[in-house]
Each structure stands twice: as C-alpha cells, then as structure tokens.
Design a protein around this ligand. Structure first.
Ligand code: FPP
Length: 245
C-alpha cells in the first residue's frame, strides 16, 4: 500500500495502522501561543515549534496509512493578530513550501492550499500555486488551509454556481469548494483543550468524528495521534441512519 509522506523514525514500531474507514484526518493545530507563553517566550516561538510538530505529525499519519491530511494553518480571522506573529506564520509557510519542493520526488504528495490566495503577498501566492501545479499528479494529498474560513468557502461556492446560473445542489456546491474532489474528513482532531469548530471545514465536517485533546499543538506526538485513531475506531458512524455497533 502506498504510504503518505514517506517513512519516519517511529514507523518501524507503529502501534496503529488504519484502513479505508480512516482515509482523511484533519487537524486544528491550536495552542502554539499558550505553549510559548508557558515558557516565557514570544508567540512566534510557539508557531516555529508548531511548524516542526506539523511536519512530524503529517509524516506519522502517512506512516500509519492515512491517505489525506488537512491542517488549519491560518484562518481568515488570523490576519488580525500582531504583525510580527502574522509575518512569522507567513515565513513558516514559505519555508515549508521550500522543503516540499525540494522533497517532491521523494514524498510524492499532492499539495493543495484551501482558502483565498489573493490575500497573500504575490511571491508567496505564486509559490503556493506553483507547488500545487508541480505536485498535481500525485494521489496522496496534504491540504493546507491558509486564509481559510468555512463560511466564506460556502458563500464563494454558492456565488460561483449563481454566476453560472447553475442549480445549487449538495453535489454542485461540493464541486465548487476548495476541497472539490477530495473525500470529506473522517476524523477532525483539535488540540489545546478547545472544543470548537472555529469555522473549519463546516460543510465537509458534517459527518466527521471529532476528537479533542488537551495537548498543546507543539507537544503533539505520534502517541497522541494513536489515541485519536483508537478513539475513532471505538465509535459507530451512522450518518443519521441505524447501524449495529
Ligand atoms: C493556533 O494556535 C495556531 C495558528 C493560528 C497557526 C498555526 C501555524 C502553524 C502550526 C505553523 C505554520 C504552519 C505550516 C503549515 C507551515 P494559537 O496561536 O491560537 O494558540 P493559542 O490559542 O495558545 O494562543
């Protein structure tokens, strides 16, 4: 079976693996600021550590057989944060794109940015578009939600259909979302003790299982992913119907 993101050090003893019931996992990476504050450090330090954790966690998800990972990297509301913090997150995104380009042949991943790219600096925007284009042929997928908001995404999709004079159905609307063609997330994990959706994948998460953990994102480990995966498999998904557990 092809594996997402190659092999990590922890793969040899991977204590869990997944099947087709868990194709897509999404993360709301919360708690970077609190993690930094608890160490007397600026919030930007938390984001730098959070970006390292992000790389480790998506790699681990690949090792256990997950085909699609989505992360909430920057919301439409996050522009209101202090300039230095926004700048740091933008530079982390740029650095991540550098690495993704360098390792493209090795990792064989399709990168998709969910959100309105127009708000980004022109150089960063071009690099996002380029990474999407050069990786478009790969099947395994990493969605990075950046300048993303779930309500805005639904409004945009409805506007596209209206401007084309097309009927609005669940299928047509789905086809105009940033995630068009991508299966909905099976499991959405939020760190840092917050039990909110925060405008993330509002449409796509309609039947997702949610898992909340007190772990702050920078402290997230493969063991925490295992706990979320085990919890997922302990649940019965009924999609509104009745299924024996
Ligand atoms: C939420 O924590 C986190 C963010 C708004 C930014 C997430 C960004 C990264 C993990 C790094 C960049 C990502 C990529 C893909 C390279 P918070 O700052 O709201 O934490 P707090 O609630 O403790 O203040």
């Amino acid at each position: 079976m092809p594996r997402l993101f190659g092999k990590s050090k922890s793969a040899d003893n991977a204590p869990v693996s997944v099947d087709e019931r868990l194709c897509h996992i999404a993360f709301i990476m919360d708690g970077n600021g609190r993690w930094a504050k608890s160490r007397g450090m600026p919030r930007e330090y938390g984001h730098s550590k959070g970006a390292e954790t992000f790389k480790k966690i998506v790699r681990y998800c690949g090792d256990i057989g997950i085909k699609i990972v989505t992360v909430y990297a920057f919301s439409t509301e996050n522009w209101s944060r202090p300039d230095a913090e926004v700048r740091r997150i933008m530079s982390l995104l740029g650095e991540y794109i550098d690495g993704a380009e360098r390792e493209l042949d090795e990792n064989k991943i399709r990168y998709v940015f969910l959100g309105d790219k127009d708000a980004f600096d022109a150089h960063l925007r071009e690099r996002m578009i380029n990474l999407e284009q050069i990786s478009a042929g790969y099947e395994l997928r990493l969605n990075i939600a950046a300048n993303y908001g779930g309500r805005a995404e639904i409004v945009r999709a409805a506007s596209i259909l209206a401007s084309r004079g097309e009927e609005i159905t669940e299928a047509s609307l789905s086809s105009c979302l940033y995630t068009a063609g991508c299966p909905d997330p099976d499991l959405i994990v939020r760190t840092a003790n917050e039990q909110r959706v925060s405008n993330f994948l509002l449409w796509q998460g309609a039947y997702s299982e949610y898992y909340f953990t007190p772990t702050l994102w920078p402290d997230m480990t493969p063991d925490d992913v295992d706990a979320a995966v085990r919890d997922f498999y302990s649940r019965g998904r009924r999609y509104g119907g009745v299924v024996n557990k």
